[in-house]
Ligand binder design. Structure first.
Ligand code: SF4
Length: 285
């Protein structure tokens, strides 16, 4: 059973040698990294599909170009407290072949040419195999709000198909199994609150914790749409969804701890997008 008192490093060590699905076997064969989440607990938790080439090499989530875009937007919105993770902890990819069927080789960073792999979405069984790790990670992180990055993360968390283009930005609740203490989330003046400072919160179902989730587009998709600067562009939608999450967190901090918002989340879309315009030229995969 998930245990909120468990340290995240213990959870990571329990899963780092995992071969519960074929992604772990691939990771072992190629010497890739297991990629666990990182960041601040009890903040905004952003969950993507899975690690890509750079993340696998570095062993950290969202450290490649699309991750830089995500971190850049969060920074511009004044969000400093966040946690990043993925539906699966090992890279999902397939080898790229030449027309004659031989593996295509590519040099990365001046090293010996390596077989080129193309990232691909993890399969439902792979996501299901990693789901206990993700749910326990969520429960230990205990986020104020979850942002699901892309259709696959949103679907995995909601446990039903989420059409991301029409459902993005719409708040949902998800349930995560818990133990050790009763759920302590409640809806108080429109803000998701936790039991703190002796204040009474209203428990929901014992052994189940409900979390607020906002689905949005995946930053890798945004990278492909950066040239679109229209009023309803994917980038603008992405910024607005992250802004919504930032405001949930600001309300929580105000209600729970009396921390006044800095107003940084009010920065204009254009200013956020302008600061990320240099990413248009990055060859991200
Ligand atoms: S993706 Fe998750 S379930 Fe699959 S091998 Fe890696 S850690 Fe294990």
């Amino acid at each position: 059973m998930p245990d909120a008192r468990k340290h995240l490093s213990v959870l990571a060590s329990e899963w780092e040698g995992c071969t519960k699905c074929s992604l772990g076997e691939h990771r072992e064969k190629t010497g890739g990294s297991f990629v666990f989440g990182e960041g601040a607990p009890r903040s905004i938790m952003l969950i993507g599909e899975g690690p890509g080439r750079v993340e696998e090499a570095e062993g950290r989530p969202f450290c490649g170009p699309s991750g830089q875009l995500l971190r850049g937007v969060l920074n511009k919105l004044g969000v400093t407290q966040y946690y990043l993770s993925n539906c699966v902890s090992c890279r999902s990819c397939s080898i790229v072949t030449n027309p004659d069927g031989t593996p295509m080789l590519k040099k990365f960073g001046g090293r010996t040419p390596q077989p080129l792999y193309r990232d691909e979405p993890p399969t439902p069984p792979q996501v299901a195999a990693c789901r206990p790790r993700l749910l326990e990670e969520i429960y230990i992180v205990d986020p104020v709000v979850i942002v699901a990055l892309g259709a696959q993360a949103a679907t995995a968390l909601a446990q039903e198909s989420v059409a991301i283009l029409s459902e993005r930005g719409k708040e949902r609740t998800i349930e995560v199994p818990g133990a050790a203490f009763k759920a302590s989330l409640t809806d108080k003046r429109g803000v998701w609150m936790r039991k703190s400072g002796g204040q009474t919160a209203y428990p929901v179902v014992e052994n189940t914790v409900r979390y607020l989730m906002i689905p949005t587009l995946h930053p890798a998709f945004i990278m492909r749409k950066l040239a679109d600067r229209g009023q309803n562009s994917p980038f603008r939608q992405f910024v607005n969804d992250l802004r919504s999450a930032a405001r949930v967190y600001e309300r929580y901090m105000l209600e729970a701890f009396g921390v006044e918002p800095t107003g940084a989340s009010n920065v204009s879309d254009d200013e956020v997008m302008q600061d990320n315009s240099e990413q248009e030229n990055i060859d991200y995969e």
